[in-house]
Design a binder for this molecule. Structure first.
Ligand code: KG4
Ligand code: ZN
Length: 342
C-alpha cells in the first residue's frame, strides 16, 4: 500500500494543505494566499494573518483531501510546519494538525519550514545525489546549507540583516510598486537596462559566506532620493523607464550576490550539486543566472518549478516522509517555535 501524508503549512501568509504519496507523488496541493489582505499595508500584518488562517484552514484541508480523492482513513501521518514563522499563524496549522492526528490516532510529524523548502526540490527530482549545497532564498530567509546526506543540514551562511525577498519587498514599497515586491520587480525589469545603476555587492570582511542586503537597499533608497523617483509610480504597470532600470539594476545586484556566494560555497566544500529554493527562486532572472553558472562550472543544478518555490504544503508533506521513516513522531504537547533553526 502506498504511504500518504497530509501536509499542513501556515507559517506566514499562505494557508496550505497537500496530500503526498510515497515521498514525492503530489496528489493535491492547495494554497490559499492572503496577498490581497496584506497588500494595502505593504507587508504581512501578523494579527490579520492568524485570523485569516483560522477562517481558511478547514476549507483548505478539505479541498486537499477532495482533490486527492482521499479520506482521512487513507492518510498515514500528518506533517505540519512547527516553525520558523509568525507564532499566531503557526499555531493555527499546528492546532489543526494535532486535532486530526489525535482524533484519527495518526503520527504527528513536526517539520521545520526550512527543511520543507529544501525538500521541495525533491518532489520533482527524487534522485538527487548528496552531498549538495542548498540555497534557501525567501521573504524570511537567505541561507546556505551543506547537506552531506539525506536529512542532514549544516548551516554555512545566513543573512546578517534582511532576507533577499525582504529586500525585493522593501525596494518595491519604497517606489510604491505594491506587495509582494518580487514578482512586480521581475516584471518591470524584463526589458530594462540592468546596467543603468551600479549597486554594491556586500562582501564580509571576515571572509565568511554570509549575506547582507541592507546596504543594497540603502543604496537604492539614496538613488531614489537623488533621482527624485519617490512616489513616481502609483502602480507597477505605469512605472517610468528610469524606475524600470533602477529595479532591474537592483535585481541584478541581488542575483549576482546569491549566485556568486553559492558558487563559493560549492568550491569551499568541494560539492558539485546545488539546490535553489524559496519564494525568490521563482524569479526568472535568478533561475537563468544559476543555469548559466551551473553550465559554466559543471554543476548539477536543481530548482523546483515555481508552484513549489513559494510556500506550499506539498514540501511540508515531502519533508514529513523523512521524519516518518526515522520514526520521529512529535508529542501532542508540541508547541510552535517562531525562531526554529535548521
Ligand atoms: O518562500 P516564500 O513564499 O515565503 C517565505 O518563506 O518567506 O517567499 C516569499 C518571498 C517574498 O519576499 C516575495 O517578494 C519573493 O518571495 N518572491 C520573489 C518572486 N516571487 C516571490 N522574489 C523575486 N522574484 C519573484 N518572481
Ligand atoms: Zn517559505
Amino acid at each position: 500500500m502506498p504511504v500518504r501524508i497530509l501536509g499542513i503549512e501556515s507559517s506566514c501568509d499562505e494557508t496550505a494543505a497537500a496530500v503526498v504519496e510515497d515521498r514525492c507523488r503530489v496528489l493535491s496541493s492547495i494554497v490559499a494566499t492572503q496577498i490581497e489582505v496584506h497588500r494595502k499595508y505593504g507587508g504581512v500584518v501578523p494579527e490579520l494573518a492568524a485570523r485569516h488562517h483560522v477562517e481558511a484552514i478547514g476549507v483548505v484541508i478539505e479541498q486537499a483531501l477532495d482533490e486527492a480523492r482521499t479520506g482521512l482513513d487513507q492518510i498515514d501521518a500528518i506533517a505540519v510546519t512547527r516553525g520558523p514563522g509568525l507564532v499566531g499563524s503557526l499555531l493555527v496549522g499546528l492546532c489543526a494538525a494535532k486535532a486530526i492526528a489525535w482524533q484519527r490516532e495518526l503520527p504527528l510529524l513536526a517539520v521545520n519550514h526550512l527543511e520543507g523548502h529544501v525538500r521541495s526540490v525533491f518532489i520533482e527530482h527524487p534522485r538527487i545525489d548528496f552531498p549538495a549545497i542548498a540555497l534557501i532564498v525567501s521573504g524570511g530567509h537567505t541561507s546556505l546549507y551543506l547537506c552531506p546526506a539525506e536529512g542532514e543540514y549544516r548551516l554555512l551562511a545566513r543573512t546578517r540583516d534582511d532576507a533577499a525577498g525582504e529586500a525585493f519587498d522593501k525596494v518595491a514599497k519604497l517606489l510604491g510598486l505594491g506587495y509582494p515586491g518580487g514578482p512586480v520587480i521581475e516584471q518591470l525589469a524584463r526589458d530594462a537596462d540592468e546596467r543603468a545603476f551600479a549597486f554594491p555587492k556586500a562582501q564580509m570582511k571576515d571572509g565568511s559566506l554570509d549575506f547582507s542586503f541592507s546596504g543594497l537597499k540603502t543604496a537604492v533608497r539614496r538613488t531614489v532620493q537623488r533621482e527624485g523617483l519617490t512616489h513616481a509610480t502609483p502602480s507597477g504597470a505605469t512605472a517610468s523607464p528610469k524606475v524600470q532600470n533602477l529595479v532591474a539594476s537592483f535585481q541584478k545586484a541581488a542575483v549576482d550576490v546569491l549566485v556568486s556566494r553559492t558558487l563559493r560555497a560549492c568550491e569551499k566544500e568541494s560539492v558539485g550539486t546545488v539546490l535553489v529554493t524559496g519564494g525568490v527562486a521563482c524569479n526568472g532572472r535568478l533561475r537563468r543566472a544559476f543555469e548559466q553558472a551551473a553550465d559554466r562550472e559543471g554543476l548539477a543544478l536543481y530548482l523546483p518549478s515555481p508552484q513549489y518555490t513559494t510556500d506550499n504544503a506539498a514540501m511540508i508533506a515531502a519533508a514529513g516522509f523523512l521524519h516518518l521513516e526515522r520514526g520521529a513522531q512529535a508529542p501532542f504537547d508540541l508547541n510552535a517555535d517562531a525562531s526554529l533553526t535548521l
